[in-house]
Design a protein around this ligand. Sequence first.
Ligand SMILES: [Zn+2]
Length: 183
Amino acid sequence: MSEASRDLGFMRLAIDQAHNAWAVGEVPVGALVVRDGRVIATGYNHPIGTHDPTAHAEIRAMRAAAALIGNYRLVECDLYVTLEPCAMCAGAIQHARIRRLVFGAPDPKTGACGSVIDLFADSRLNHHTEVTGGVSTEECARLLRDFFVERRHRESPRAPEPESRPDMEPPSTDGIEARFDPD
Ligand SMILES: [Zn+2]
């Protein structure tokens, strides 16, 4: 199996994790840690319900993986996540020495893998992690858009349909900023 098709398969599982976040009312972002071609840990975004500002999908997946293998260094492990990691998660990924990071949708508001800043581009910070973005981008972004549209409708049921704006057509990630300011 090619690396590209393997990435698509794992990203599909990360998207399943994002649905778990949606199911508990959190912004749908999902992640998983893969070692030796097998998923060893999963995580979904859950900061509101856990009262934990660090409870992003990536952090939760890496915590579970580290506990499982008994090592804070996730050597030979790859991380898949549906949304471009923020600076906090990018830092944690580097501390964990993740071998390869694969993400789906770019995050133009807080993305730290090239969208706002690129914490992986500086070799003084990053010696270990190879980064691949743009895997299942449209599906990952659509999930986020659908979530925010649904939430807007729920919070103001009489509000009119949001107007379609040409500059906000896919692959826009309109509304992702609410991930960090959900109220
Ligand atoms: Zn994060």
